[in-house]
Write a protein that binds this ligand. Structure first.
Ligand SMILES: NC(=O)c1ccc[n+]([C@@H]2O[C@H](COP(=O)([O-])OP(=O)(O)OC[C@H]3O[C@@H](n4cnc5c(N)ncnc54)[C@H](OP(=O)(O)O)[C@@H]3O)[C@@H](O)[C@H]2O)c1
Length: 162
């Protein structure tokens, strides 16, 4: 399964000044549950922000300037090559396109499922999830979490072509 995983606030804000512009305890639970034991594909800036490969996952970094290579990470120059690398070298594992914006933009057509955390927050941002055609997907709201900043786990599943 090739999926895409993102958390966005109002106006599809995903980042600001190199960081995720909210801190909500527990909000990344689904990211951890889904990606553990699988492959994450992320852009060079997102990888640098975290500073190391995430534990118990294989990370494919997309970059044409850096070259990370370790037991659980590798670098390739395009999203397409990242997907091809994972399909070939990590058989049986799910693939999660994990941001930032360029990865989402180039990766969106390949994703069968979009795992979106909709954060109910107006926040300043400089990085956005691309606009996409919701009519191409079936949408389910899996869980709504109340709190100071409420958020929902939503899944968009691409409709099969007739
Ligand atoms: N809310 C979320 O779910 C979420 C998830 C991830 C990130 N973020 C936020 O998003 C921001 C970072 O995203 P970003 O868009 O600025 O950077 P990014 O995608 O993480 O990294 C950008 C770099 O990755 C490489 N890259 C990205 N897309 C590429 C493509 N299609 N083809 C080839 N290379 C590509 C390039 O590296 P080179 O310059 O080395 O060639 C590019 O400069 C941060 O604020 C972060 O906190 C939020």
């Amino acid at each position: 399964m090739i999926g895409l995983i993102v958390a966005y606030a109002h106006n599809r804000v995903i980042g600001n000044e190199g960081r995720i512009p909210w801190r909500i305890k527990g909000e990344q639970r689904r990211f951890k549950e889904l990606t553990t034991g699988n492959v994450v594909i992320m852009g060079r800036r997102s990888f640098d922000e975290i500073g190391h490969p995430l534990p118990n996952r294989f990370t494919v970094v997309v970059s044409s300037t850096a070259n990370y290579d370790c037991e659980s990470c590798v670098t390739v120059p395009t999203v397409k090559e990242a997907i091809d690398y994972a399909l070939k070298n990590r058989p049986g594992e799910n693939i999660y396109l994990s941001g930032g914006a360029g990865i989402y933009r180039e990766g969106l057509p390949y994703a069968e499922k979009l795992f979106v955390t909709e954060v109910d927050l107006d926040v300043q941002g400089d990085t956005f999830f691309p606009e996409f055609d919701e009519s191409l997907y079936d949408k389910t709201v899996d869980e709504v979490i109340d709190g100071e900043i409420p958020y929902s786990y939503v899944t968009y599943t691409k409709k099969t072509e007739q």
